[in-house]
Design a protein around this ligand. Sequence first.
Ligand code: AMP
Length: 390
Amino acid sequence: MIKTILPGATIGVLGGGQLGRMLANAGSELGYRFITLDPTPNGPMGQVSEQIVAAYSDADAARMLAQQADVITYEFENVSSEVAGMLMKESYVPQGNKLLHTTQHRLREKRAIEAAGVQVAPYREITSVDDLREAIAHFGTPSVLKTATGGYDGKGQWVIRSEEEIEEAYAALSKAKTELVLEKFIRFTKEISVIAARSPQGEVKVFPASENIHVQNILHLSIVPARISDDLRQQAEQLAIQIAEGLQAVGLIAVEMFVTEEGSLFVNELAPRPHNSGHYTMEACITSQFEQHVRAVCNLPLGDPSLRQPVVMVNVLGQHVEPLLERMAVQDSLANELQVSTKVHLYGKADAVHNRKMGHVNVLASSIEQAMQWIERTGIWSEEWNSWNK
Ligand code: AMP
């Protein structure tokens, strides 16, 4: 049954990291209240909302969340299906648990994307080292071996560059005790993503495609508009709509894709939640991805996702926090000189651990080049780029 949840209601969120924090900040502007269930007290979301401090698997705590919230959503994928199922019985979870179940497993996810009529990198399920040998003979090297569950930011994967690596790669990844999948290596020229939103009544809107640059498998920059042809941009946005509709998503669904030299698109991964590559929307779009997610799960009319101006989002990792804070005045005068506007977001995390996502900066400009100049000239990220590669 579709329900419309009006402002004034309480939204319960499984997970209390930065995505939950930004969701609560955006949703409270619309008049909603928030409560999170997260094991870490006073985390990014707990600082700006009510919190139940408990493990995600704690059934009593989940029941308490169900009692206090009018609607429940999540800000990470690894919600156990038992907890999600229990919450669906005791509360209102417009996103259901089917899409979660699909996106928690690479093979299920790939099959669902294909069923929606969209192309993924050619792949094979691997259940033995002999399977792997055969699949490598078929795809050639390099190929990418991935665990079906639990991988993120490049963890749980191995680029097999020669046949000699087969046994070692298989032994290393099969320790994870999950199915494995081998993918053909896509010689992409760019990685892009499109975030779509769908409401329970079936309204769908997409945000502009973002070009994503990773360093050591961690998102470094999102560049919008993506530097691809208009035709490809439209195709990418259309694919995201097709996936949101085909998978009957509710709320946000982020679609990561590879772009090849010939102009083909292959979907790599889905995330059924706000996504790091959509943080640019906070100042650069009329409606942010966070507000859009709240609107979608509450079945309000979706907001206008149009881009106001070119933007580059740069992630602030643990090692970037000190230089960012120390040189704020210098960065502001540089922004004046280059005629860009910068907006700093920090997530309130206590420990600035190396490579941990601590915040991001949205750099708005009349061109991508100007925004990139600001990022380069601050020196914060270029110094780090060097030390990343050490
Ligand atoms: P994933 O964990 O699937 O998002 O992969 C992390 C990163 O590994 C991607 O952002 C790509 O840069 C790279 N990668 C993953 N799969 C492939 C593939 N099939 N071909 C080429 N590069 C890949």
